[in-house]
Write a protein that binds this ligand. Sequence first.
Ligand code: ADP
Ligand code: MG
Length: 227
Amino acid sequence: MPEPALHVRDLKKWYRDPEGGRFLAVDLPSLDVSRGEALAMRGESGSGKTTLLNLIAGILPADEGAIEVGGTRITGRSETQRDRVRAEHIGYLFQTFNLLPGLTALENVQVGMSFRPRRGVAPRKAAREALDRVGLSDRRSHKPAQLSVGQQQRVAIARALAGHPTLVLADEPTSNLDRARAEQCMDLLLAFAEESNAALLVVTHDEGLVGRFERVEHLAVPVGSQA
Ligand code: ADP
Ligand code: MG
C-alpha cells in the first residue's frame, strides 16, 4: 500500500484585492501524493502555485476544504499546530532559496535540521551527509554570498531533504538557473527525494522540465479570479 503523504480536497483560498473585494487565488478539487511519488504541477504565472504550496506547508490558513499532511489534518488547526506538522513532515525548497546570509552552508542545513531532527542521527552529522549528497563537501564553510547560484540552490536542496521529510515542496526550483544547471538541479532533487522515500511536489511554469516526471498535472487559474 502506498503511504499517503498529501491529501487535499475542495481547497479554496481567497485574497483581498485593493478595492476591498476578494478574489479566488486557489481552487483545487482534489490532490493526493504518496511517499516515493514525484509530481510536477504546471501552472502559468498567477495561477496560485506559491499560494498552494504555502497552504500545504501551513504557512497560510485555508479558507475552505481539507489538507492532510503525513496523515495529520492541518486545516482548521491553529498556526502553532500547523507549524508543528510542517516541522515534522515538510521540507520546503523556496523559489529564492531563503538561505541565511550570515551562516555557512553547513550551518544553514543544520538550522533547518533543528526543526526536524532525524531520529538517532546528530544534526551536524545529518547536515554534513546532506551536503555530501548534493556534492558540496568542499563548500561546507562557505557563506551563501561565496557560492554560485547553482551551489546555493544545492544547499537549499540539502536543507530541505536533510531531515528525510515526508513531503518535499519545491517552488519553481529551476527559475534562477540556466538550462544545464536547471536539469542537473531537477535530477538531483528527484534522486534525493526517491532515496529518502519522500513525496515530491514541484510547481513550475517551465514546460521543458516536466518531462522528467512520471506524473504531471495542470493547475488552472481559478474561475472568477482576476489573475
Ligand atoms: P504563482 O505562484 O502561480 O505565480 P501566486 O500564488 O503567487 O501565483 O499568486 C496567485 C494570485 O494571487 C496572483 O494573482 C497574485 O497576484 C495574488 N496574490 C499573491 N499573494 C497575494 C497576497 N498576499 N495578497 C493578495 N493577492 C496575492
Ligand atoms: Mg509563484
